[in-house]
Ligand binder design. Structure first.
Ligand SMILES: [Fe+2]
Length: 248
C-alpha cells in the first residue's frame, strides 16, 4: 500500500491537481492531509471539495484552517496572510467552515500492516494548537518528546526536511528517499503542495510505501501562471502570487 501525505495545499488548485495525478500514477490508494487546506491562494472551495473526496486515513487542522473557520483569531498572522484569511473565510460556506472547525489538531494512524503506526500534526506535537515552528533539531526534539509513534509527519514551515533521532542525537537532513532504521524515531516535514518556501517553486508532497518501508519526497512543476492569475483576479494580495514563483 502507498500513502500520499499532503501538507499546506493552501487553496492552490493547480498544484493539488498535479500532485494527485502524480500520486495516482505512483499507485497511491490512501491519503493523509496535514492541514492548511485553505489560505493564501484562490481556490479554497475547490481544494476542500477534492480533499474531502479522497480516501483519507486522517486529516488535521492547520492554523489557516483554524482562522478560516473562526476557531482561532488572526493573532500572529502577517498582513498578507491576514487579508487572505479574511478573503478565504468570506468564500467558504457555513458547511465547509463547520467541517474545518471539527478537525483534530493531531491524529494517530494505525494500520494493520508492519511499520504502519504514525502520527500526523500540522506544526508540532509540542502544544499543536499554538503552531510552534520546527526549523531545527532543537525544535524537532521538543516535538519528539511528545511523539509516541516511530514516525510523525508535519508541515507548517513549507520546507521539506527529515529529522532522525537515535539514542545519541537528532540529525536533520534533506531526503529524496528515506529508508527506516527501526531503532530510530522520525519526524518528517513533507513540504508544501501549494506554497513551497524552500526557494524551489515546485509543488512538494511525500509518498509512504508501507511494503518497502520507505518515504519518498516528490517535487513537481505545475501550472503556476494560472494559479497566479487567479490570485490577482480574486483581489488577493499580489505578494501571494509573486511568492509562488520564487518559492518563498
Ligand atoms: Fe501553511
Amino acid at each position: 500500500m502507498k500513502i500520499a501525505v499532503l501538507a499546506d495545499i493552501h487553496a492552490n488548485l493547480e498544484a493539488l491537481q498535479t500532485v494527485l495525478a502524480h500520486a495516482k500514477a505512483q499507485g497511491v490508494t490512501k491519503y493523509v492531509c496535514l492541514g492548511d487546506i485553505v489560505g493564501y491562494n484562490a481556490n479554497p472551495h475547490e481544494c476542500m471539495e477534492i480533499v474531502r473526496g479522497l480516501d483519507l486515513l486522517g486529516v488535521v487542522m492547520g492554523n489557516h484552517d483554524a482562522v478560516a473557520c473562526g476557531r482561532q483569531s488572526l493573532f500572529g498572522f502577517n498582513p498578507y496572510a491576514a487579508m487572505a484569511a479574511q478573503w478565504t473565510r468570506e468564500h467558504l460556506t457555513d458547511e465547509e467552515q463547520t467541517w474545518l472547525a471539527g478537525l483534530p489538531f493531531k491524529q494517530d494512524i494505525l494500520i494493520d500492516q508492519p511499520l504502519t503506526r504514525f502520527t500526523i500534526v500540522h506544526a508540532s506535537l509540542n502544544q499543536p494548537e499554538t503552531w510552534e515552528y520546527v526549523f531545527d533539531s532543537h525544535q524537532a526534539n521538543l516535538s519528539m518528546q511528545f511523539q509516541w509513534m516511530p514516525l510523525c509527519f508535519i508541515g507548517h514551515t513549507h520546507a521539506p526536511v527529515a529529522y532522525e533521532r537515535s539514542l545519541l542525537e537528532t540529525i536533520a537532513g534533506n531526503f529524496d528517499t528515506l529508508r527506516f532504521n527501526p531503532e530510530h524515531k522520525y519526524l518528517i516535514n513533507c513540504g508544501s503542495v501549494g506554497q513551497p518556501r524552500d526557494r524551489d517553486p515546485r509543488a512538494a508532497y511525500v509518498t509512504y510505501d508501507l511494503d518497502q518501508g520507505t518515504i519518498q519526497l516528490h517535487r513537481l512543476p505545475y501550472d503556476l501562471t494560472t494559479a497566479q492569475t487567479k490570485i490577482i483576479q480574486a483581489g488577493l494580495p499580489e505578494y501571494c502570487a509573486t511568492r509562488l514563483a520564487s518559492g518563498r
